[in-house]
Write a new protein. Structure first.
Length: 506
């Protein structure tokens, strides 16, 4: 009953009227490829022919199509990920996500028409196309700020596409990966894989150039928050480029408001830079008058907008400039957003766990047949999932272990403050040292020509010597056995040379 009700909800969503809207070009090449592939998929799906006895299958197929649309209501993707959209995602990223959603809406309209035209094969292909676009939506969200994130399933053949060539491996060690279609590879007795990387995992040789081309990353530097020093991010230049490409509506008005806000920030920054340049010139003139060398520039170099996209190597300047670093605070708080930092750290450990290389038995071993290949694939997938789970648990343990130390530090904060006050009281000449100084001077003045004068004189000399009060400011940590603290105090306060028995230091 529950399944039927969910299918009915999806059925209602499926036949909700589609709203038309113009789509502008995407920011990243990845999203452009997604939209182009979707357009080709729609054209291929429409080639399906009508079925005369469609009414016999109408209810099952309509429920199936409704369930596909209902799958878009993903709690993790549409609720958990989307709630982070406002405080974390930039306007540039929202544009590309919007274009993918518009394409999903277009496919849903085509799905409505396919049901009316009684085209079963078209329905099946469009269902798979909706799932494909939803997966790409998730990939863009996950890889928008991670230059190393790859779309591993991009090269898989989908139902909305005709049969295409892949790579065929005979399963014998040392053979070469040959470009074939799945049917031809099966006839030859080989193992078919969509990518050269998967073919190379079977033990066959693959061209390194092919493996490099197959890397698909949804990252684009314009998805990042604006960076003042590096020049990357969704800054004023990026916003001015995308606003004319967005059709009028709520998204265009929100991007315009975003551009106005960034414009105000840029104006304020320019004013600060102008004042800083005047101080630079003044400092240079002072150095010239005093005859000192200066390495200060005549002016602050202007900020230029930079863009980079796709799979970025770890040694690229993007990493060195700190453009991909996560901000510690959100747009709506001056305090550190601990929850967001913890989530980002957890996602980082999960990604690092997923990138961990599986054992050699699953990667380099040449398979003897299709069964061995399937078992190797299952082993790699199982190892990847285990590594991701381990990375997630490591992030949780790190937070729990750090919380204990921070809680203890927070609890004893008042005690630390009190001890610090006492330490300052003992070290400062206006504290206990000042009291001892005044009292010793008073006694010395009242004990003229008495034996205590020599002792009081030593007390005064010690009180005025900072080297004798090194235990509250940490200076004693630099002491050595050859040059201990008491030696430094005596030599500085009393002016005597003290010898230390170095043999006892060994």
């Amino acid at each position: 009953m529950k399944r039927l009700s969910l299918s009915f909800i999806g059925f209602v969503i499926l036949f909700t009227p589609v709203t038309a809207g113009a789509e502008g070009p995407a920011i990243s090449a990845y999203v452009r490829q997604v939209l182009e592939r979707a357009d080709k998929g729609i054209a291929y799906a429409k080639q399906g022919s009508a079925v005369q006895d469609f009414l016999e299958y109408y209810l099952p197929w309509s429920q199936s199509a409704g369930s596909t649309v209902l799958s878009l209501v993903d709690t993790k993707l549409r609720i958990v990920a989307q709630q982070r959209d406002l405080p974390e995602n930039t306007a540039c990223l929202r544009v590309d996500l919007y274009l993918i959603e518009k394409k999903i809406e277009q496919v849903r309209g085509e799905l409505q028409q396919a049901i009316k035209d009684k085209k079963i094969m078209t329905i099946v292909r469009l269902q798979d196309l909706i799932l494909f676009l939803n997966e790409r939506f998730e990939h863009v969200l996950k890889g928008s700020r991670d230059p190393l994130y790859q779309d591993k399933t991009w090269w898989q053949r989908r139902l909305f596409e005709p049969e295409k060539t892949g790579w065929c491996c005979s399963g014998k060690k040392g053979d070469t990966c040959n470009e074939r279609k799945a049917t031809a590879c099966s006839v030859e007795g080989g193992i078919f894989r969509e990518t050269g990387e998967e073919c190379a995992a079977l033990g066959c040789r693959a061209d390194p150039g092919v493996l490099e081309i197959e890397k698909i990353c949804p990252f684009h530097s314009n998805y990042l928050p604006p960076s003042v020093t590096a020049g990357y991010g969704c800054d004023l230049t990026a916003l001015q480029n995308i606003i004319p490409k967005v059709s009028p509506g709520a998204l265009a008005s929100s991007n315009e408001a975003e551009k106005d806000a960034v414009q105000k920030v840029a104006t304020t920054l320019d004013n600060i830079v102008t004042r800083a340049e005047s101080f630079l010139k003044l400092q240079i003139e002072i150095d010239e008058l005093l005859g000192r060398e200066t390495d200060l520039p005549d002016s602050v170099p202007p900020r230029s907008h930079k863009e980079i996209e796709g799979c970025v190597p770890t040694g690229d300047q993007l990493w060195k400039s700190g453009a991909v670093e996560w901000e510690l605070r959100s747009n709506f708080s001056f305090e550190k957003d601990e929850q967001k930092i913890l989530k980002a750290f957890q996602e980082l450990r999960l990604k690092q766990g997923g990138r961990r290389s599986p054992p050699e038995e699953f990667m380099k071993k040449a398979s003897k047949g299709l069964l061995d290949s399937m078992l190797d694939d299952y082993g790699r997938i199982t190892f990847k999932r285990f590594s991701e789970k381990q990375g997630q648990l490591e992030a949780e343990v790190f937070a729990q272990a750090s919380d204990t130390h921070l809680s203890v530090a927070n609890t004893v904060d008042l005690l630390v403050t009190s001890v610090g006050t006492l330490s300052d009281l003992a070290r400062s000449r206006e504290g206990l040292r000042g009291f001892v100084r005044d009292y010793a001077y008073f006694l010395r003045r009242t004990c003229i020509h008495r034996p205590c004068n020599a002792r009081l004189g030593q007390v005064l000399k010690i009180v005025f010597t900072d080297e004798c009060f090194a235990y509250t400011n940490g200076d004693y940590l630099n002491d050595t056995c050859e040059n201990p603290r008491w030696k430094k105090c005596m030599e500085k306060a009393l002016g005597v040379n003290v010898k230390v028995d170095v043999s006892k230091c060994k």
